[in-house]
Design a protein around this ligand. Structure first.
Ligand code: GLV
Ligand code: MN
Ligand code: MN
Ligand code: MN
Length: 390
């Protein structure tokens, strides 16, 4: 499966992946999924967004769903998302090889725009399926080219107002490459998730005054780049002292010329914290310092929350049921997942993590050893067998 999937959207220069939703490489990845599922005799359904599900068995109720996503961040790794989809299909093969007949239907899914890397809203596909976000809110979201989601989908022959297949799903299990070093430190190939930290994405719009870089005296400037730079430092410090996470990973500068003081800087803060209260406090602290700085620089600042995902506590009984027989460690994660959205929607949900020796993710350096991936497939097959009953 990897042989056909790995070239899709891979950059020859960085080795990273550019699989933005509803673009050619991501469309090809979805076509790959359909081909793999149909080759296994699974019945494929797609909704109006491009979310995919492939059913093993004829029933459509009380199903055990497994899978993940095929899109990537900009210049992402090979495993974040696809490992969960490939492992789900491989786990079906393993179970069939064991002669296992599920009593409850088993379904393999691939959600679209999990990363929110095109339209800014993380887990867009699963949010629309669960109703966590309404189509009315989503349809007007715009990508970097200004194209509305509704129009991007229409160009693909899709209609995002349609999405229903989650109805028969009673349990969800997502396998994912670990995005940190917890399993490396514990010397374990596989782990089970306990919780996801709450996560917010906030847009900081700083406005100043464009002017000549040579003739404008330093004291006469209203430079939004300075306000932004001090904000990035303040966010980093605030997160360090409070034990939380704060990242400015995306910045737009206007007019973006070497010899001009900029007029506008828009920067996106990705903030994560151990609780919703801690997240609100982190944002409030960063925003207060940013406003103070903007005041001193003669710039203005508006802050807009683009997406906020609450804390997720996965079903502890389910996690224990999966982890205990194998003594897999149960660990929290700071990364967002469709599993979090389904869990928040009331679907009993679990996650399996596969060790990542680099500990790096959202980067081409993300990695998983083949032996650990195979351990993950076996773990997922055992979990599906447990949940779908033999
Ligand atoms: C998604 O992968 C996220 O946690 O940003
Ligand atoms: Mn990711
Ligand atoms: Mn992912
Ligand atoms: Mn994710």
């Amino acid at each position: 499966m990897w042989r056909d999937l790995l070239p899709l959207g891979r950059s020859a220069s960085s080795g990273g992946y550019f699989r933005q939703p509803w673009t050619a490489p991501e469309r090809e990845a979805r076509a790959w999924f359909v081909e793999q599922a149909e080759a296994r005799g699974l019945a494929v359904e797609r909704d109006g967004l491009g979310n995919l599900v492939a059913w093993w068995g004829t029933g459509r109720t009380d199903a055990v769903l497994t899978g993940s996503h095929l899109d990537s961040v900009l210049d992402g790794g090979a495993y974040d998302g696809p490992l969960g989809v490939v492992s789900a299909l491989a786990a079906v093969d393993v179970l069939r090889g064991r002669g296992f007949e599920p009593r409850r239907p088993v379904a393999v899914g691939a959600f679209v725009e999990e990363e929110g890397s095109r339209f800014g809203l993380a887990c867009l596909g699963s949010r629309l399926l669960t109703g966590a976000t309404s189509w009315e809110t989503a349809r007007v979201l715009r990508d970097r080219e200004g194209l509305a989601l509704e129009d991007a989908l229409a160009d693909e022959g899709l209609d995002g107002s349609r999405g229903t297949w989650l109805d028969g799903v009673a349990t969800f299990v997502e396998l994912h490459v670990e995005q940190g070093r917890d399993l490396v430190d514990r010397d374990e190939a596989v782990g089970v998730a306990s919780a996801i930290w709450p996560h917010g994405r906030y847009r900081f719009d700083f406005a100043g005054e464009a002017n000549h870089a040579g003739t404008t005296r330093m004291e006469d400037r209203r430079d939004p780049m300075l306000s932004y730079a001090m904000t990035a430092l303040a966010a980093n410090k605030q997160a360090r002292v409070s034990g939380q996470r704060a990242t400015f990973g995306r910045v737009d500068v206007r007019p973006n010329g070497t010899n001009a003081v900029p007029s506008h800087v828009t920067a996106w803060l990705d903030a994560r914290a151990e609780s919703s209260t801690a997240l609100e406090q982190l944002l409030a602290d960063v925003e207060r310092q940013a406003q103070e700085r903007a005041g001193r620089d003669g710039t203005s600042l508006t802050v807009t929350a683009e997406s906020v995902s609450p804390e997720v506590a996965f079903d502890p009984a389910l996690a224990a049921r999966i982890a205990e027989p194998h003594r897999w460690p149960v660990i929290p994660t700071m990364a967002g997942h469709d599993a979090g959205v389904l869990s928040a929607a009331g679907v009993p949900t679990a996650m399996l993590f596969v060790r990542n020796p680099t500990g790096v993710s959202h980067s081409p350096d993300e990695h998983a050893e083949t032996a650990d991936c195979l351990a993950g497939v076996t773990a997922l097959a055992d979990t599906l067998a447990l949940l779908s009953g033999g």
